[in-house]
Design a protein around this ligand. Structure first.
Ligand SMILES: [Zn+2]
Length: 374
C-alpha cells in the first residue's frame, strides 16, 4: 500500500492524497460505507459502485461468527464472495467484542467472549488469530485487536486498557511481519486457483480515551512500530461531540504526516466538514445506511425524515442539486408514499441518496483542499 499526499492546506491541517491498494486507488479524504456482514445494506455492489464509493468496510467479528472465515477463504476471499472488486477495510472486531458479545473475559493473551448469536458459543480472540482471520478474508486494510474502554471509564482503567492494547498491537505487528512472506506465497498460489489476492496493510489503532496524555503515549508507541497507516479508535462511543473533535484534532496532530489517518466510526456530514481540517483522511460510519432504513436522509439543512407530513404532496427531489439516482428520478412525495407503505424501494432509494450525498460532500471538500480554499 502506498500513500501520497498531493496537496497540503496552508489554512488548516487538511490534505488531499492518493491511497494505492491492490484493489484500486482511493482519493482521500474519503468516506467509506459500511458493509458489516459483507453487504452494504439494501444495495447491490453495483449500486454501491454507482455512487462512486471507493472503499467499503466489513467486520471481522461478524464474519468470523457467520459465515466463518474459512468458508469465505474457500470462496476465494471476501472480494469474490461478496462480488465487490474494490478495496475493503476490515475492522478487527475488538469494538464488537466489547459492545455486542456476552460474558467477556480479558486475559493478557486475548479476550474470551460468548457470541451474541444463538447458542452463545465461546470464542477466544488473540492478536494473532485476528490477523489470521483477516488474512483469510483477504481485505486490503486490516486492523489489530484492541481493548475498547467504556466512555465513562476512570483514567486508571483506560490506562490499563491502553497498555494491553499496545502489547497486543506489537504482537499483531510482529506476527503480521513474521507471516507476511508465508501469506504472500499462499496468496499467489491461491490467486491462480480462486482469485484470491493480494498484499494487505495492517494499521495501528491509537487508543487512550478522552485523555490527551494517554493518546500521546499511544501515538508515540505506535509510530515507533512504523505502521503503514494509523486509526484513531475509542471515539464515537457516546462522548459529547466537542470531546470527539478535541481528541480527533489532538491525536491527528501526533501522527506522521506521511501516513493515512483514519477516524473510526465517524462519518456524518458535519463530522467530515469538522474533521478533514484536522488532517483526517478516512472516515466510516454505519449511520448513513442505518438512518436510511429509518426513513431519514441528509440535506444541506441537516437530517430530515421523509415521513414528515410536509412532503405528502411535494414533487421536488430529496435534495434539489443532488445528482443521485433517487433525486434525479423520484419525488419526496413518491419516496414518502413508499416509506409509509413499507416498500423496500424506499430504503434502497434513501440509502443511495445518503451514500451519494457523503461521496459528493467529500469530493467538494477535496476540491477545496486542492484549490487551496480549506
Ligand atoms: Zn440524492
Amino acid at each position: 500500500m502506498k500513500f501520497t499526499v498531493i496537496k497540503r492546506s496552508v489554512k488548516s491541517c487538511a490534505r488531499a492524497g492518493l491511497l494505492e491498494t491492490a484493489h484500486g486507488v482511493i482519493e482521500t479524504p474519503v468516506f467509506m460505507p459500511v458493509g458489516t456482514l459483507g453487504t452494504v445494506k439494501a444495495l447491490t455492489p453495483d449500486l454501491v459502485a454507482a455512487q462512486e464509493a471507493q472503499i467499503i468496510l466489513a467486520n471481522t467479528y461478524h464474519l468470523f461468527l457467520r459465515p466463518g472465515a474459512d468458508l469465505i477463504a474457500g470462496a476465494g476471499g471476501l472480494h469474490k464472495f461478496m462480488h465487490w472488486p474494490g478495496p475493503i477495510l476490515t475492522d478487527s472486531g475488538g469494538f464488537q467484542v466489547f459492545s455486542l458479545a456476552r460474558l467477556r473475559r480479558i486475559t493478557p493473551d486475548g479476550v474470551e467472549f460468548q457470541s451474541h448469536l444463538d447458542g452463545g458459543a465461546k470464542h477466544f480472540f488473540t492478536p494473532e488469530l485476528v490477523i489470521d482471520i483477516q488474512s483469510k478474508l483477504g481485505s486490503d486494510i486490516i486492523m489489530p485487536l484492541d481493548v475498547c474502554s467504556a466512555p465513562d471509564a476512570p483514567k486508571e482503567k483506560v490506562a490499563a486498557d491502553l497498555q494491553l492494547t499496545l502489547e497486543w498491537e506489537k504482537r499483531a505487528r510482529d506476527y503480521f511481519s513474521r507471516t507476511l512472506r508465508l501469506r504472500s506465497v499462499s496468496a499467489v498460489r491461491e490467486s491462480s486457483e480462486a482469485g484470491m489476492s493480494a498484499p494487505q496493510a495492517l494499521f495501528g489503532i491509537v487508543q487512550g480515551g478522552m485523555f490527551a496524555d494517554l493518546r500521546q503515549e499511544s501515538a508515540a508507541a505506535l509510530t515507533g512500530l512504523d505502521f503503514p497507516g494509523y486509526a484513531i479508535g475509542g471515539v464515537s462511543v457516546g462522548e459529547p461531540e466537542a470531546e470527539l473533535y478535541r481528541i480527533a484534532e489532538y491525536t491527528a496532530g501526533l501522527l506522521p504526516e506521511t501516513k493515512p489517518r483514519y477516524l473510526m466510526g465517524v462519518g456524518l456530514p458535519e463530522n467530515l466538514l469538522q474533521c478533514v481540517p484536522f488532517g483526517i483522511d478516512m472516515f466510516d460510519a454505519v449511520l448513513p445506511t442505518r438512518l436510511a432504513r429509518h426513513n431519514s436522509f441528509f440535506s444541506p439543512g441537516g437530517l430530515e425524515s421523509i415521513l414528515n407530513a410536509q412532503y405528502a404532496a411535494d414533487f421536488a427531489p430529496l435534495v434539489a442539486d443532488c445528482d443521485c439516482y433517487a433525486c434525479r428520478n423520484f419525488s419526496r412525495a413518491y419516496i414518502r408514499h413508499l416509506a409509509l407503505a413499507k416498500e423496500i424501494l424506499a430504503i434502497v432509494l434513501l440509502t443511495i441518496h445518503n451514500i451519494r450525498y457523503l461521496v459528493n460532500l467529500m469530493r467538494k471538500i477535496r476540491a477545496r483542499i486542492l484549490a487551496g480554499e480549506l
